[in-house]
Design a protein around this ligand. Structure first.
Ligand SMILES: Nc1ncnc2c1ncn2[C@@H]1O[C@H](COP(=O)(O)OP(=O)(O)OP(=O)(O)O)[C@@H](O)[C@H]1O
Ligand SMILES: [Mg+2]
Length: 247
């Protein structure tokens, strides 16, 4: 059976004023596929994933999610955005809400679930990431790694068709990186469609089906993970890898 195309980005270009930050970027991610995006700082990785879930507008090209073209305005656009989970570098949990309230907010208000339904689902997810005992605490009472796991649960509570991660571990203390990557790896193995921007090349090797290398706003190469690490096609990717793997 051929897997369906879950995310299709076609010739996407974006500028901030005079500055073009994405040039003709195309990428198709199949259902259940995990794609890791890497590349130097400023190459456009964050902007690219933000365009995919509609946080950033773009001037040219098209983004299609699960067969539906992504527009920016109106109820349809908001509905599509709600179907893609996004986890950022900074956890962005609501500080004045408990863990459980953070997780249940969008399912209740956007998906119109009852509080009971939303809480039952939240508890199941909390259990999965090993934080069942934290439902009543506030974000400030959690470690960075715990907050990031809650942010992942909050996104999963919306039953997303895909998850986007933008450097989810780069603001964490080293000892907390592993626990967040473990949750992401499990998610990948369960078949979640994922696009992950990360410098964690160990995670990439373990979880990614394909690697994307970006530089200066362009997708320079897309390759099967093992092949990409062993023999990148482009000189720029080779240089980037030699620098990052040397650390
Ligand atoms: N809101 C904005 N306004 C103007 N320029 C922006 C804006 N956001 C990003 N840029 C510029 O777009 C380019 C790409 O930035 P982006 O954050 O997507 O890169 P990145 O690959 O995610 O970098 P990093 O690895 O440092 O996170 C950079 O030149 C950046 O300065
Ligand atoms: Mg970035």
């Amino acid at each position: 059976m051929t897997k369906t195309e879950m995310i299709k980005v076609d010739k996407l270009s974006k500028s901030f004023g005079q500055l073009q930050v994405l040039k003709d970027c195309s990428l198709t991610v199949r259902q259940g596929e995990v794609v890791v995006i890497c590349g130097p700082s400023g190459s456009g990785k964050s902007t690219f994933v933000k365009c995919i879930n509609g946080i950033e507008e773009f001037q040219d090209g098209q983004v299609t999610i699960d067969g539906v073209s992504l527009g920016f305005r109106g109820r349809e656009a908001a509905k599509m955005r709600a179907r893609i989970g996004m986890v950022f570098q900074h956890f962005e949990l609501y500080p004045h809400l408990t863990v459980l309230e953070n997780i249940c907010l969008a399912p209740i208000h956007v998906l119109k679930r009852t509080r009971d339904e939303a809480e039952a689902r939240a508890r199941k997810l909390l259990n999965r990431v090993g934080l069942a005992d934290k439902e009543s605490v506030y974000p400030a009472q959690l470690s960075g790694g715990q907050q990031q796991r809650i942010a992942i649960v909050r996104a999963l509570a919306m039953d997303p068709v895909a998850m986007l991660f933008d450097e989810p571990t780069s603001a964490l203390d080293p000892e907390m990186i592993g626990e967040v990557l473990a949750v992401m790896l499990e998610l990948a193995r369960e078949g979640m469609t994922m696009i992950v921007v990360t410098h964690e090349m160990g995670f990439a090797k373990a979880a990614a089906d394909r690697m994307v290398f970006m530089d200066k706003g362009s997708i320079i190469e897309i390759g099967e993970t093992k092949r990409f690490f062993e023999a990148p096609n482009s000189e720029r990717a080779r240089l980037f890898l030699s620098r990052i793997l040397a650390h």
